[in-house]
Design a protein around this ligand. Structure first.
Ligand SMILES: *Cc1c(COP(=O)(O)O)cnc(C)c1O
Length: 503
């Protein structure tokens, strides 16, 4: 492997033990001055039931041992502050430090959700301004900031659609979903009580309009369109799709998690979309990973506004802001309070820092994905050749001939100091390599990534075993991923070894 390409170095310490193994009796990280007041017997003061002689097996270590242990462990993690995350679909972009600064300001960080509305006017103003920005960006009429994630936004959107159809006398039965949609879409439709009907993409990765015309009946509640799709391709026939649906009274839902390819350039509301969600923890840079917190606001046209989750932010006479809980047709609450306020603040900081420049963030995200596409075209197979938006999807068809698959290439990428890209998704591309650099990355970083991928492609042809057995530089090699998900060992117990703990 060329040293020039290899970015990250080995972990500082490959063999850090458990903190329990570092323990020796009597060590501690602090020392208190001698007691200068009368001693109290804890058993007498608290009652015998509360008396403990210490926790069995509790580690006894000095301060510097604690610090070094956890600092070394932290070097085993890859992070956006270390290098690029080329994960497609998840948009792992850098969260600018100014967002964190704003979220920690007094009055924002210390506001209590039960504080009276009269004393929360500043925070309500933050929410109102974010709502206005997102409505401008999406071209919609009304919005809720409440959902905590993209998937919860989808569910909220479908509940609004169901409420709309119920109002018209029939909730309808089916939701249509293209095969290039994100996996959460069909799951959401089922949870919202709908049957899922699949729509096949045509050879260009677009919705087949003829096929769609046949599928849209009076039974169809909505179509859920991921745009750009999980192929990283912009669906060009949104107005026609909307027209076909509307003619039968069905609605168009857009999965807008990939708005980082459209923000400032085109507005779903102008294209005929009725309702959509955004992923603030993707497009608008707020941090995510490890399960949250996130925010998945849902923006909609006027016809769905009556069903908004409560409370709804309203402006009273004199510009006073208030939360309206009294809305008869509301689908109800989907999350506590007003949603994840801290995430919402970070998104607003990001949008305001860019201003009209959000358009350039979009353009940079698209240029960066295309830089990688151009750099790797011919080296990796490109199954769909329509222009790429914010991400590009290759397949492992060329490397497969030598028995090397997308997972092997992703694992080898770790040796080159990069986080792996998304493997084996979307499902319509067998052996997919889904790559999204985001706008955060410089040309230099993109170049390093392209060179790493080219180098791995060469290895796959010349020394396939090297790639198939990667990673070679990490503390642990290929993990039992199913075992880790199904039988996680989350807690250390004295005297129980790891395999027993798993049972
Ligand atoms: C990430 C993503 C989702 C789901 O969002 P979560 O916040 O993870 O629930 C839905 N659709 C698309 C296209 C996505 O990329």
């Amino acid at each position: 492997m060329s040293e020039k390409i290899k970015k990250a170095t080995r972990h500082t310490n490959q063999n850090e033990g458990l903190i329990f193994e570092k323990s020796s009796p009597g060590k501690r990280a602090f020392e208190l001055p001698p007691l200068d007041v009368p001693a109290v017997d804890p058993a007498k003061a608290l009652g015998e039931a509360h008396r403990h002689e210490g926790v069995e097996g509790f580690p006894e270590v000095s301060e510097i041992e604690v610090i070094r242990h956890f600092t070394r462990l932290s070097t085993w993690n890859y992070a956006i502050d270390l290098g690029m995350y080329p994960l497609g679909s998840c948009t792992m972009k850098y969260n600018p430090r100014v967002n964190e600064f704003v979220a920690r300001l007094d009055g924002i960080a210390t506001e209590h959700p039960y504080q009276p509305q009269e004393l929360s006017q500043g925070c309500l103003k933050v929410l109102q301004l974010l709502e206005k920005c997102l409505l401008e960006i999406t071209g919609m009429d009304a919005i809720t900031l409440q959902p905590a994630a993209g998937a919860q936004g989808e569910l909220t959107g479908l509940l609004l659609i169901r409420a709309h159809h119920e109002k018209n006398g029939n909730p309808r039965k089916k939701v249509l979903i293209p095969d290039s949609a994100h996996g959460t879409n069909p799951a959401t439709a089922v949870i919202a009580g709908y049957e899922v009907e699949n729509i096949k993409s045509n050879a260009d990765g677009q919705v087949d309009l003829e096929h769609l015309r046949e599928q849209v009946t009076e039974d169809v509640a909505a179509l859920m369109l991921t745009n750009p799709s999980t192929l990283g391709i912009f669906e060009q026939q949104v107005p026609q799709i909307a027209e076909i649906l509307h003619a039968k009274g069905a609605l168009l839902y857009m999965d807008g998690a990939n708005m980082n390819a459209l923000t400032g350039v085109t507005r779903p509301g102008d294209l005929g979309v009725d309702v959509m969600h955004l992923n603030l923890h993707k497009t608008f840079s707020t941090p995510h990973g490890g399960g949250g917190p996130g925010a998945g606001p849902v923006a909609m046209k006027k016809l769905l506004e009556p069903y908004l989750p409560t409370p709804v932010l309203v402006e009273k006479e004199g510009g006073r802001l208030a939360l309206d809980f009294n809305r008869k047709q509301s689908v109800g609450r989907v999350k506590a309070f007003v949603g994840n306020f801290g995430v919402l603040v970070r998104a607003l900081a990001y949008i305001l820092a860019y201003g009209p420049g959000v358009r350039q963030a979009t353009e940079d995200a698209v240029v960066n994905a295309n830089y990688i596409r151009k750099g790797l075209e011919g080296v990796f197979d490109l199954p769909y050749t329509k222009p790429s938006m914010h991400e590009v999807v290759f397949s492992d068809a060329i490397q497969k001939k030598n028995g090397v698959n997308t997972m092997d290439i992703a694992k080898r990428l770790i040796d080159y100091g990069f986080h792996p890209y998304t493997t084996a998704f979307p499902l319509i591309v067998p052996g997919a390599l889904m790559i999204e650099p985001t706008e955060s990355e410089s040309k230099e970083e993109l170049y390093l990534f392209v060179e790493a991928m080219k180098s791995i492609a060469k290895e796959a042809a010349a020394t396939p075993e090297l790639v198939k057995t990667a990673p070679h530089t990490t503390r642990v090699r290929r993990l039992d991923e199913v075992g880790a998900a199904r039988k996680p060992v989350l807690r250390w117990r004295a005297g129980v070894n790891r395999s027993e703990a798993a049972d």
